[in-house]
Design a binder for this molecule. Structure first.
Ligand code: SAM
Length: 218
């Protein structure tokens, strides 16, 4: 792991931002966050050349750091405002969490896998200076104790939309979740309107590692 952020890294990051723009990402704040966060810090030193390609990459324990396009698209769909209280399910490497922190949200992030949880809980504050609220456990049930949330983001593929997550959305809240089978999921955005009415929109196919736990695959 390298902590240096040099001109080469910064140049590669600028190219990544241009690529994401060319793929249709329009939210300037999301692009600025991706342009700022040193994604190579989440990679082993020998693998730094992969960090600014638009692809998912293994982070150990059978899990992945999401593709930058996927991170940008999910974040854009969430329409985050400064001060929003956000629940992220699937902390993983902490990269997506860093993007949420850059948008000045208050982030509650939960990870199922203990090795990843302890690694990211150490790295994010120490190296990048981000201080989200970290939790170890089954995020498919949400975190009822800290609900409601203005935004909920699921970064693993669910078999269906967990009812507890809808229940834990605040009025005018948004849930973004990939749902489908093990191979392929559809990106779904759920909105809870001020009168409690729920609406659903779909945004194309993606491929995530499976959401585990009570409302996941096992
Ligand atoms: N947001 C992550 C990042 O930026 O690196 C993406 C990580 S990966 C695509 C999905 C993560 O969800 C994995 O770390 C996995 O262990 C975690 N996960 C799976 N099921 C979970 C659950 N029920 N609760 C919390 N985390 C879960």
């Amino acid at each position: 792991m390298t902590h240096e952020d040099n001109f080469r890294h910064q140049g590669l990051r600028r190219n990544l931002v241009l690529l994401l723009e060319s793929k249709g990402i329009r939210d300037a704040r999301v692009l600025a966050a991706i342009g700022k966060i040193p994604r190579h810090i989440f990679f082993e030193t020998a693998l730094v050349s992969h960090a600014y390609q638009d692809k998912a990459f293994p982070i150990g324990e059978g899990q992945t750091i999401s593709q930058p396009y996927t991170v940008a698209r999910q974040t854009e769909l969430l329409d985050i405002k400064p001060g929003h209280k956000i629940l992220e399910i699937g902390t993983g490497s902490g990269y997506q969490c860093s993007v949420l922190m850059e948008l000045k949200a208050t982030v509650y992030t939960i990870e199922y896998q203990p090795v990843l949880f302890y690694r990211t809980k150490k790295i994010l504050p120490e190296i990048l200076g981000y201080h989200p609220n970290f939790f170890l456990g089954d995020g498919s049930k949400g975190i009822p104790h800290f609900a409601p949330f203005d935004r909920i983001l699921v970064t693993a593929g669910a078999p269906a939309i967990p009812q507890p997550l809808i229940d834990q959305l605040a009025p005018n809240g948004i849930l973004v979740i990939p749902a489908g089978d093990n191979e392929k999921q559809e990106m779904i955005r759920i909105m809870k309107h001020s009168d409690g009415k729920i609406t659903e929109e779909r945004f194309g196919n993606f491929s995530f590692v499976p959401l585990k736990g009570a409302f996941g695959w096992t």
